[in-house]
Design a protein around this ligand. Structure first.
Ligand SMILES: NC(=O)c1ccc[n+]([C@@H]2O[C@H](COP(=O)([O-])OP(=O)(O)OC[C@H]3O[C@@H](n4cnc5c(N)ncnc54)[C@H](OP(=O)(O)O)[C@@H]3O)[C@@H](O)[C@H]2O)c1
Length: 293
């Protein structure tokens, strides 16, 4: 296919912004923000897709406010569950490829090693339940879909842990950060570039569609991630790093429970799609470079 029509949803989010960069010179891109494509109105979304007739749908829109979802479960389910079902139905009708993102929070964190795609899901919070519903709806429709479960997303744009830490580092000398949740920080840059590689694979051949884990390599805790952010930032800018001490999750209660271990194995992504994301520390350095540009 020479000039695929590519539709990006959630264009102003962390991943959506990077998808616009990564797909800048691929095909004919239509990037929609919430005003143009509102996932809380799935039937309007259906009409938009019928009008645009994309070959590839990149769904970076989602209800991502993990704690707020506990008090807005219906809205979260419409955006994270019902809208992806409509996307899958319309993609199947058009024989288009659907790229959808899901989360490490579909797991309950009880496993001692990295989670693989076939492990049993058991989300601990409403956000995870609604994202899992989206996965199940897409799987039930079938067709050419990739569901990429990613984790701990941060990047140069949007609301994220990296930007929050840099702000807090300017305001405070000491920080207390949760040190008993394990995961892999994954940059929006790496996600978008891997998505582009997967789209290329889909355009060039018959890839194995389905669910994939797509995260940066390695693992850490929020506390160690924060320390690495300040160390790298200090190296680059000379800015004084605050003292970061670790606390248990029980000392930082939140409305939504988080899994203790949500490290995902990327082996399937590497073996089936030949896609490897960078180690999380390298992706952090790349993101800090972009932030300072
Ligand atoms: N962030 C994480 O740590 C994380 C972890 C695991 C998985 N994921 C998944 O990765 C994907 C991308 O997440 P992200 O980090 O890029 O999230 P993000 O920065 O919060 O962006 C989400 C985007 O969705 C849009 N959105 C929210 N409600 C909408 C609606 N009703 N209609 C249309 N757009 C709507 C937001 O629009 P506004 O800009 O108007 O608010 C925003 O642009 C999501 O599927 C998410 O579940 C994220």
């Amino acid at each position: 296919m020479s000039q695929p029509i590519i539709l990006i949803l959630g264009a102003n989010g962390q991943v959506g912004t990077e998808l616009q960069r990564s797909f800048g010179n691929v095909g004919k891109v239509t990037a929609c923000d919430r005003q143009r494509a509102d996932l809380s109105k799935p039937e309007e979304l259906r009409a938009l897709i019928r009008q645009l007739r994309p070959n590839v749908i990149l769904n970076a829109a989602a209800y991502t406010a993990v704690d707020r979802a506990e008090s807005e479960p219906e809205l979260a389910m419409t955006i994270n569950g019902d809208a992806p079902r409509v996307l899958a139905e319309e993609a199947a009708e058009l024989d288009a490829v659907l790229m959808h993102y899901s989360t490490d929070y579909v797991f309950d964190g009880s496993k001692a090693s990295p989670w693989v795609e076939t492990d049993a899901t058991n989300p601990l919070n409403i956000y995870g339940k609604t994202k899992l519903a989206g996965e199940k709806f897409i799987e039930a429709v079938g067709g050419k879909y990739f569901i990429f479960r990613t984790s701990w997303v941060y990047g140069p744009h949007g609301h994220n842990f990296l930007r929050t830490m840099l702000r807090l580092g300017r305001e405070r000398d000491q920080l207390k950060i949760v040190d008993d949740q394990f995961g892999a920080p994954t940059s929006s840059i790496a996600i978008a570039d891997a998505t582009r590689a997967a789209v290329t694979a889909a355009m060039d051949g018959q890839p194995e569609y389905g669910i994939y884990h797509l995260t940066c390599g390695g693992e850490t805790t929020w506390c160690r991630f924060a320390r690495e952010i300040f160390a790298q930032h200090q190296k680059r800018s000379g800015a004084k790093a605050p003292e970061v001490s670790g606390i248990p999750s029980s000392d930082y209660p939140t409305p939504a429970t988080r899994p203790a271990n949500s490290v995902l194995s990327n082996k399937k992504l590497q073996s089936e799609l030949k896609i490897t994301l960078p180690e999380w520390q390298g992706a952090l350095v790349e993101t800090l470079e972009k932030l300072q540009d």
